[in-house]
Write a protein that binds this ligand. Structure first.
Ligand code: COA
Length: 193
């Protein structure tokens, strides 16, 4: 018997509704193929290359391919990927995504990046907060988790701003430049936001 069966969990995929999320400075929306140049620019940022998985080659064709797969991945409950845009200008300035959906534990991982020139303005904090609040509101999720390198205090601050708290778990992960300990943060539906 699986842990899920023992706890009465269901393995039916969790499909969240397609959404637009508006904050004070950012609007989050599904990716559009016109966003490919912004994605390529982010993929060429050494900080993003070091911390996140970037396709090879990191070119416009790869970006168009990745974006064109998002709708189906969302519809099948495999991932939710939202472009973070600057509200006044409409520029794409980042991404917040949910992945690793676990329908038995009703949990998912949240991840994010903000483009270099838009950092340090509270954009990640606002965007991640919007997605986590939404994901834990009406949908099927009971918990959202984040895995953050112990050498990434800015991201730990972003997680805390979105109401996630450090939990007593960690794991080693290989990154391009080094091995790093990933700290686990989590927020459940019943946690105070
Ligand atoms: C991490 C990242 C998303 C932050 O984006 P950002 O828009 O600059 O973040 P914000 O401005 O919303 O907030 C940054 C927070 O980190 C804090 N911070 C920044 N540098 C810090 C540091 N060296 N130590 C501690 N806190 C720091 C800021 O004070 C702020 O905290 P606050 O919201 O409590 O005031 C961005 O640097 C990035 O995209 N990095 C590369 C990709 C990445 O690391 N993704 C996350 C993988 S888990």
């Amino acid at each position: 018997m699986t842990a899920g069966a023992a706890s009465g969990g269901s393995s039916t995929p969790m499909v969240l509704p397609v959404t637009y999320l508006a904050g004070l400075t950012t609007l989050l929306r599904p990716w559009n193929v016109d966003d490919a140049p912004a994605l390529v620019a982010a993929w060429h940022d050494p900080v993003i290359q070091d911390r996140l998985e970037v396709p090879e080659p990191a070119d416009e064709a790869s970006a168009v391919h990745w974006i064109s797969q998002r709708e189906q991945a969302w519809a099948e409950g495999r991932s939710v990927d939202l472009a973070v845009t600057d509200r006044p200008s409409g520029a794409v300035i980042g991404e917040v995504g949910l992945s690793g959906f676990d329908p038995v534990r009703r949990a998912a991982l949240v991840g994010w990046w903000i483009a270099e020139h838009w950092r340090g303005q509270g954009r990640a904090g606002e965007a991640v907060r919007l997605v986590v609040d939404w994901a834990l509101s009406d949908g099927p999720l009971e918990a959202v988790m984040a895995e953050i390198g112990e050498d990434n205090p800015a991201s730990a601050a972003v997680a805390r701003r979105a109401g996630l708290r450090r939990v007593d778990a960690s794991r080693r992960a290989a990154r391009k430049s080094s091995d790093v300990t990933l700290l686990v943060f989590a927020r459940t539906r019943t946690d105070a936001p």
